[in-house]
Design a protein around this ligand. Sequence first.
Ligand code: C5P
Length: 401
Amino acid sequence: MLSGRRVTLIIGGGIAAFKALELIRRLRERGAAVIPVLTRAGAEFVTPLSVSALAGERVFQELFDLNDESEMGHIELSRAADLVVVAPATADLLAKMAQGLANDLASTLLLATDKRALVAPAMNLRMWQHPATRRNVETLRGDGVLFVGPVEGDMACGEYGPGRMAEPPEIVAAVEAALAAGPLAGRHVIVTSGPTHEPIDPVRYIANRSSGAQGTAIARALAALGARVSFITGPAAVAPPEGVAVTRVETAAQMLEAVRAALPADAAIFAAAVADWRVKQVAAGKIKKTRSGDLPEIALAENPDILASVAQMGTGRPALVVGFAAETDDVVENARAKRARKGCDWILANDVSPQSGIMGGAENAVTLITGTGEEGWPRMSKEAVAERLAARIARHLEEQA
Ligand code: C5P
């Protein structure tokens, strides 16, 4: 049910706009209040009168409308709901969202909102398959925008393929999933993941074997409990999860900068395998072999410790800072010392010796070390470790509140 929840519904200009009327009815049946916003193009397909009659609310249409502004300013309007739904989301609206344009009421709301957006694309299949739309969809997914559909089927233009808007019951289900009040609803969590690449010259770099699988699973599990997740990833082998805001970085320095930009947060989980060293002087051109066979000298400098700097930041420190200790010997003992040295609250110790098969593998065996005790978790999939950790984080934040 959606009782007490408010949904801003942006109706774009496409033939599927007629389905938005049924969507309003179904959302209201489930108990949601619907604040309708009709784009100029949307008003070519459905009338403001039918939209407002079904929503039981007035329709917002123009950015520069003095009456609207005095009643509810556009910034206020952008924050008034628990979720912003765009249905139908036209190619044009998706492009505006991906570019951050704000040249009408709908695009301005989407740029100004502090809530999640769920889009139901609807367009001709060639428009959906166009590289420009592919790029925009990719960008929006990376920004944490949720998608429902499009589905395959007959199109109003006579063609067949992907591009039909999802049916209203499916959109309602996606709204319910997006608004499912998990224990981490309203919480912001930062997750770092993957390896970092530290350049030697324009073509070579220092890297490690981290796949990003554990960090990705943690971000997904936190989002599934309702958290708003800022996922900061190095060049990982696995794709980032849906529904989280992704920042892609290469180096440790960039990762630190991205973490700082994502603060404040309720919790921060540092699952990235950050390179400890970078090359002091990155060569501007490719380093050449010499005829004499002299080897290049590569001097290293220490990278900033992202975990330690956040754990020890004082004001603005997340309430819970969690690190990983990937060790090959004396795993728990080293991790215990690491927790104290870095100043984090929890550390997950894991054995990354080659014979454990953990680094780059599908399973993990961790020991959770907190300020009050240690727990050895049985070997399980990285997804299961992530779910257990996410549940522990939710419980801890709840207890602290
Ligand atoms: O010191 P070590 O690399 O073993 O510490 C591992 C933990 O510290 C991990 O949580 C890792 O994400 C974090 N770390 C970091 N910045 C670094 C090195 C490690 O955030 N430069």
